[in-house]
Design a protein around this ligand. Structure first.
Ligand code: HEC
Ligand code: HEC
Length: 499
């Protein structure tokens, strides 16, 4: 049945893309020809039964692995000095030596999602390759820079203006000053459970906010979710006004409403995105210069291609994201069990919560998405038990993620040096440790090649737990590592949905 869908779609697609006006030999076609003509209705209809859901996942896998080319609208239009990149999106970015296609720093760094999300296990030899895994250091992304002082000059100047001729004196201090971010790609496994937790928490926090708005002045309500994670408190000022005292949530942007601040954002290493689709929209524009129709319904990057990626394709991609199988914990055995006990005892589990439970098992997917209201515009729900999560006793699922979906101050040494980012440079969302045995390098920029290094580099709020770890006997430190090495990525992820 699924093959029929794809055949029908590709026949249609060939008709359209070989039409005059593409300006290239009809022998070549856009990378996403197989999915370009899908409609939202078709994808949503597929998602109504288990067999159809598998087909929708496959369509998403195709989007995820598509090598986008210029016929799809890969890349930006002509570089125009002083034009975007700006707050409206990407476009008109400079490319290396004006090659017209790639720079890597500031995006335009790949043709397919899977170029970076490719290692299922870095622990096996040879490494296990697959779809939606982590990336190595060579695939780390460099968002947002205007200065990259690879010559190690004395001047830490970060206001490097376009057109500026580098004239900085050399003063080697070993630090190549950089005012963007350097981030290593995480995997997408188990994303559905994480997204459902985030959406449930958001909904609950919005309820508490509403309660505070309706309470008399002076009433303080803790922003504690039934999932066991707290985000500070909200105090009523009377007359519907409130004051927030936030912890590990919210953005530094000016002018956001309290509703907008109380959105749990589990995705991205800083915790910037409330859903995987929210992340994907930015990924398409940043990495490829592919503009989703749901962001811009005109040729925003001015490369001559309209409608670069459709709502239906983003829906299929989101479906693929959230149905990725979850990581697994191998049987612990004696030593690793003692390691797990130590992990909890010394405070690692304060942030790396071994398991959070959802209160429902159905993940709502919406378009258009409303960050502060996950129940708005829902077009389908995905039963997470069907995609490998274990039910809990209360009608929800268990999500063994080893994290709390909250941001924490990790100290000066791990801090980034981004200018004007919406989240403090010292804060990161707690890394989810499920699958950690297979995913080196570690930490947001991949600076740690071993688990021991990753732990020793914790600072800020995690300083105490780090010191407690370092103060353990060598035997006990090894037990903690042994325990972490039982946290594995899923075996043969997504092989069941290969076309
Ligand atoms: C050049 C490498 C690269 C490419 C190509 C790439 N990614 Fe990523 N991906 C990353 C990095 C780096 C991060 C971490 C980003 C951050 O922390 O903000 C990431 C994070 C993510 C996340 C969030 C995961 C989480 O658990 O927080 C999702 C979802 C994602 N990518 C999807 C995609 C999709 C879909 C595509 C294709 C449209 C894509 N990525 C292409 C490097 C890449
Ligand atoms: C205050 C919260 C907090 C505590 C306590 C904490 N961590 Fe972390 N941990 C984090 C955050 C946030 C990150 C991500 C930091 C980054 O990416 O730079 C992280 C990252 C990690 C990583 C690397 C994950 C990856 O995918 O790159 C490991 C391993 C780890 N922690 C283990 C531990 C252990 C073991 C302990 C106890 C000794 C511990 N952590 C205590 C917040 C915490």
């Amino acid at each position: 049945m699924w093959r029929k869908v794809v055949m029908a779609v590709s026949v249609l697609a060939m008709g359209i893309f070989s039409a005059p006006g593409w300006g290239q030999d009809a022998l070549e076609e856009p990378g996403h020809a197989a999915t370009a003509d899908l409609t939202q209705q078709e994808v949503v209809a597929l998602m109504q039964d288990p067999e159809g859901l598998q087909q929708a996942r496959t369509l998403g896998l195709l989007v995820f692995t598509t090598p986008f080319n210029t016929l799809d609208g890969h890349g930006d239009g002509d570089y125009i000095f002083g034009e975007p990149p700006n707050e409206f999106g990407f476009g008109a970015r400079p490319t290396a030596q004006g090659n017209g296609q790639f720079l890597r720093v500031g995006g335009l760094d790949a043709q397919s999602c899977n170029e970076c999300h490719v290692f299922v296990s870095h622990r096996t030899l040879p490494p296990t390759l697959g779809i939606a895994g982590v990336g190595g250091a060579a695939t780390s992304a460099f968002p947002g820079p205007s200065l990259f002082d690879v010559a190690d000059s004395a001047d830490d100047r970060v206001f490097y203006m376009p057109g500026h001729v580098p004239d900085l004196p050399l003063d080697p201090d070993g630090e190549a000053d950089y005012n963007g971010r350097l981030i290593n790609p995480p995997f997408l496994f188990g994303g559905g459970g994480v997204e459902l937790l985030g959406k449930e928490m958001t909904q609950f926090l919005q309820g508490l906010l509403e309660l505070a708005r309706n309470s008399p002045a002076g009433v303080e309500i803790p922003l504690a979710t039934p999932h066991g994670v707290s985000f500070g408190s909200v105090t009523s000022l009377g007359g519907g006004d409130v004051e927030l005292d936030l912890e590990g949530i919210g953005l530094l942007e000016e002018g956001l409403s309290e509703e907008e601040q109380l959105v749990v954002r589990p995705f991205g290493r800083k915790g910037e995105n409330f859903s995987m689709r929210d992340f994907d929209r930015g990924a398409m524009m940043f990495h490829f210069g592919i503009q989703p129709v749901e962001v811009f319904d005109f040729d925003q990057d001015d490369d001559g291609v309209d409608d670069e990626i459709t709502v239906a394709e983003m829906t299929a991609l989101h479906t693929f994201d959230v149905t990725n199988p979850r990581p697994v914990m191998e049987p612990l055995g004696f030593e690793a069990s003692l390691g797990f006990a130590k992990f909890t005892l010394i405070g690692c589990a304060y942030c790396h919560r071994p398991e959070l439970w959802t209160s429902t098992r159905n993940l709502p997917l919406a378009h258009p998405e409303v960050p502060e209201d996950p129940t708005a515009n829902v077009y389908a729900e995905i039963d997470l038990v069907e995609v490998g999560f274990t039910p809990n006793l209360f009608g929800g699922v268990r999500v063994p993620l080893f994290a709390d979906l909250k941001r924490h101050d990790m100290g000066d040494d791990l801090a980034e040096s981004c200018e004007g980012c919406p989240i403090s440079n010292r804060e990161f969302t707690t890394a989810r440790l499920w699958g950690i045995a297979d995913t080196n390098p570690y930490l947001h920029d991949g600076r740690a090649t071993t688990l021991y290094e990753a732990i020793s580099m914790h600072g800020g709020e995690a300083e105490g737990a780090k010191n407690a770890f370092l103060a353990l006997s060598e035997t006990n430190r090894l037990r903690v590592i042994k325990f972490l090495r039982k946290l594995r990525t899923p075996e043969n992820p997504n092989e069941d949905i290969l076309p």
